[in-house]
Design a protein around this ligand. Structure first.
Ligand code: CDP
Ligand code: MG
Length: 894
């Protein structure tokens, strides 16, 4: 096995003198992890570069032949006294039968993948196996979870099963935890373990790290896997082996086994089959966009017509969970003082025909165009709602606020062509006979990530006698948490996903279709105790055409600039060569690094620290550290970070929010005053005015009229309002020492503020500068007649134009900076256009974007000096800007 040994990563630049003796390979690639407190304390691990593999192998063989150190494992057995009841329950879990095989594999291997059906006992049992085998005797067992809810629940469960306290089986997550010096098994969120790696790279406190729910592919989990694939071999070299167990549902295991960058030899995989009963899947014939209403209807039918067995309903978020819980509770209330047990027998046994609830008349609709039908319905609903609005509280369908009363009046009325009323009173009426003959209560429980611990725990207990268990959950019940006794699954087919704006990096939660893999996973939850049924509240056509097979991992959905900065802040410097389980595009990573360098967020380390072979390593600057705290693409984060210093944060937040939303203005720039600082601040200045004024109109209830009058898209204005609020609260939460209030009707910036804002815009968009050129300077072909001036920008050869709605068309300033460049027009009329343009002063460039300036001597001579009269530091420069080499004027700047 010497070949593998040769390629094993090793420390070459650590604290330890021993490590320095290791010969340097010819070509190497580093992940460098800097100690948070001490930038000199770096540990570099070598990763083989696949291209140069052979050269390197040969080269190294000559220098060093080293045997793979022994892999030791504990030999003690730790006695555990379990409650006999627990022992009985455990023995039913499929994983118990595999204990010996699992422990043998763990003892003999450093890497192990456990792929098992959800509910087979991975999370609750494997930590116990390890504990009993002595893995917690000298060091701790770590278990990471991508979700907070599982972190707490699983620590509690494992502690309970082992008969240990929370002092010994503990959890740790951001802002919360109960770890003590006696902790043996530590459950934590994946982000917490990443933080620990930054201060203790070798994770010396642990004997085993279990990465649970690896199939979820959270960003942190993916980065952890990459790091651990390198840490584990290092620990072995140190004579204190660390084991890595990757636990996953049976999805996507190939991403880990077939990725040779991650693991040279694929780790052994152990598959745990769960005793799974057959589950019948029913699709709806049509897909109703109001999936909450559908979920309610379906649940009522299941409960009133089908035999016992728990119901699990999947919705997308906390608010929806509460909404349905309340509604279902109101429909089938549970009262402590009633004996319901007699009711149970009234249920007939289920037949396939009964189970196919779909063939109910209300689901059969004509083949009309669904959209048209929906619009008809909406119109009717609106009419109805108007009539009723005096008597009924109106509920906003957009955010599903909780109904004020007991859940009787929730959705806006909606009467479809067959005359089926579907607001809840009506729903109960149409189902009245069955409900009345069977008033069996529903034991309705909510489940979602932020639910408090005691309430979470209730889902694991049986429902009271005579009542039927019904859990309304987000996707946490998909794989992380297994609820016993579920027989029916109601699947809305939706989930909330973080969606990034690739222009600004702002993220928002959007409701999207689940993947097909998730849908199957959800279905499986119905077959744990007996055969079951899944009701998908959408058509099979949607399943086939709208649901992706799998969603790409989080890490590949984020904008890369953001990912690069995040990783650099963790001390992972060679991002391009990082062994990602699924790698983002390398070229994109490189370009992102270049952009971040231009913006001063990354920099080459000072010459003295550069070794010959790592000229490419860019490190995060102090500015970059500050920027990374903002939940946006680094260029916008930079604007925010700098505006904090100038007390301009509320303006910048508004500005960035506005720049995130496309097409705020619908082409009426003339309605806006084009004078004074607005003209200089340019399009962002107009945006600022517009949203301030729109807020003012909003407060007076005149938003709609206002938007129409001034050519603003009302939806965009609403979106900006939401973003400003969200961004403000996220910044207050995540950036230390910041506490901004939202000032919706913000006064327009005064001249000084506007000047500073222009500088801020430049600081973030400094790599996108344009300089005015007279068009006859270039060969412009046909379009000459129309444009006298255009702009020359950076490396682009062809001239670029101001957007037709840009307010700067009125002044055509000499120098500009823009948010975005895009192409319009076909063939001959094709041209490049700048959007959201601001006028800048060229003398700001050397100060705000020095990385892109060639300044030579003038900057040093005379050197920057303190001017006592003005109390400012002044410098004097002359130079050129950018690759284009535009001359900068000689000027004094403060
Ligand atoms: O991790 P995996 O999905 O393989 O299964 P698990 O979470 O270890 O769950 C194994 C069993 O323990 C399931 O049947 C759960 O319902 C049960 N369990 C429980 O009864 N109470 C808890 N607090 C946690 C799990
Ligand atoms: Mg699990």
């Amino acid at each position: 096995n010497d070949d593998n040994d040769d390629e094993e990563p090793e420390i070459i630049n650590g604290h330890d003198d021993k490590e320095k003796e290791t010969p340097k390979p010819v070509d190497k690639v580093d992940i460098t992890v800097a100690d948070t407190n001490d930038s000199k304390a770096e540990k570099t691990i070598e990763i083989p570069d696949d291209k140069k593999e052979n050269v390197k192998k040969n080269n190294k063989k000559e220098i060093k032949v080293e045997k793979k150190p022994l892999l030791e494992h504990p030999t003690v057995h730790v006695e555990v006294k379990r409650d006999p009841k627990i022992q009985v329950a455990r023995l039913k879990l499929p994983i118990l039968g595999e204990e010996q095989r699992i422990m043998e594999l763990i003892n003999e291997n450093e890497f192990l993948i456990v792929a098992g059906e959800t509910g087979s006992g991975k999370t609750t049992q494997i930590p116990q196996f390890l504990y009993e085998a002595g893995y917690a005797e000298h060091k701790m067992i770590a278990v990471t979870e991508p979700r907070r809810v599982a972190t707490v629940a699983m620590a509690a469960r494992v502690g309970y099963e082992l008969g240990l306290t929370s002092k010994e089986v503990s959890y740790l997550m951001r802002f919360e935890g109960n770890v003590t010096k006696d902790t043996k098994i530590k459950f934590m969120t994946d982000g917490v373990l990443l933080k620990e790696i930054q201060s203790d790279f070798l994770l010396s406190k642990y004997s085993v790290v279990i990465i649970d729910e690896a199939h979820e592919r959270s960003v942190y989990t993916d980065i952890l896997l990459g790091l651990l694939s390198r840490i584990v071999p290092l620990r072995r070299k140190r004579g204190s082996p660390l084991r890595l167990i990757i636990m996953s549902a049976t999805l996507r295991v190939e991403d880990f086994t077939e990725n040779t960058r991650l693991f040279k030899d694929p780790p052994p995989v152990i598959k745990i089959d769960s005793r799974q009963f057959p589950v019948t899947t029913h699709f709806n014939k049509n897909t109703n966009s109001d999936y909450l209403k559908e979920a309610y209807k379906k649940t009522v039918k299941i409960h009133t017509r089908l035999p016992e067995g728990g119901i699990l309903i999947f919705v997308t978020g906390q608010q929806e969970v509460h909404y349905l819980v309340k509604k279902l509770k109101a429909a089938f209330p549970y009262r402590k003082d009633v004996d319901y047990t007699k009711l149970i027998t009234k249920n007939k046994p289920v037949s396939d025909a009964d189970a196919a609830l779909d063939s109910e008349p209300e689901d059969i609709e004509s083949d009309d165009d669904e959209v048209e039908r929906e619009m008809k319905r909406a119109r009717k609903a609106r009419r109805k709602a108007k009539q009723k609005s005096k008597t009924l509280p109106k509920i906003n369908l957009d955010d599903y606020d909780m109904p004020e009363d007991d859940g009787q009046a929730d959705l806006v009325d909606d009467e479809d062509s067959e005359g089926h009323l579907s607001d809840s009173d009506a729903e109960e009426d149409s189902l009245a006979p069955s409900i009345k003959s069977c008033r069996q209560p529903l034991w309705v429980l909510p489940l979602y990530s932020m639910l408090n611990q005691n309430k979470q725990a209730r889902v694991f207990n049986p429902a009271p006698a005579g009542a039927r268990l019904c859990v309304v959950s987000t996707d946490v019940a998909e794989t992380s948490i297994t609820i016993p006794s579920i027989r029916y699954v109601v699947d809305t087919g939706k989930k909330k996903m973080r969606v990034y704006d690739h222009t600004t990096g702002a993220s928002a939660w959007r409701v999207v279709w689940t993947s097909q893999a998730s849908a199957e996973q959800r279905s499986g939850r119905a077959g744990r105790v007996s055969s079951g049924h899944t009701y998908r509240l959408y058509s099979s056509a949607v399943f086939q055409h709208e649901c992706p097979e799998q969603h790409p991992p989080d890490l590949c959905r984020r904008p890369v600039d953001d990912l690069v900065l995040t990783m650099k802040c963790m001390g992972i410097d060679k991002v391009v060569n990082f062994p990602f389980p699924t790698a983002p595009d390398r070229m994109q990573l490189r370009l992102a690094e270049k952009r971040l360098e231009a913006l001063g967020i990354l920099e080459k380390p000072p010459m003295k620290n550069i070794r010959k072979d790592d000229e490419e390593v860019l490190k995060v600057t102090p500015l970059g550290k500050a920027v990374s705290a903002f939940p946006l693409l680094p260029r916008y984060g930079k604007m925010l970070a700098l505006s904090h210093q100038q007390n301009l944060l509320p303006f910048t937040i508004a500005l960035v929010s506005a720049l995130t939303v496309p097409e705020v203005m619908t082409g009426k720039p003339d309605s806006w005053p084009a004078t004074g600082n607005v003209l200089l601040l340019g399009d962002p200045g107009v945006l600022l005015r517009a949203i301030g004024a729109a807020e003012y109109a909003y407060v007076k209830g005149e938003e709609e009229i206002f938007c129409a009058k001034y050519g603003l898209r009302e939806k965009a204005i609403k979106e900006i309002r939401k973003l400003r609020k969200q961004l403000t609260s996220e910044i207050n939460l995540s950036v230390a020492g910041v506490n901004v209030a939202v000032d919706p009707e913000m006064k327009p910036p005064n001249d000084n503020q506007a000047r500073l804002l222009r500088q801020l815009v430049l600081s973030g968009l400094g790599d996108q500068v344009g300089k005015k050129i007279a068009l006859d300077e270039v060969k412009q072909g046909e379009d000459k007649r129309k444009f006298k001036y255009a702009y020359h920008c950076g490396e682009l050869e062809e001239p670029v134009h101001l957007h037709s709605d840009s307010i700067l068309r009125k002044s055509i300033p000499e120098w500009v900076v823009f948010q975005e460049l895009y192409e319009t027009g076909a063939e001959e009329r094709r041209k490049m256009v700048m959007r959201n343009v601001t006028a800048i002063e060229p003398e700001w460039l050397p100060l705000l974007v020095p990385q892109l300036c060639n300044l030579g001597e003038p900057l040093d001579d005379p050197p920057p000096r303190y001017d006592e009269k003005s109390g400012r530091v002044k410098c004097h420069f002359k130079g050129t800007f950018g690759k284009a080499g535009w001359e900068l004027p000689t000027a004094e700047v403060d």
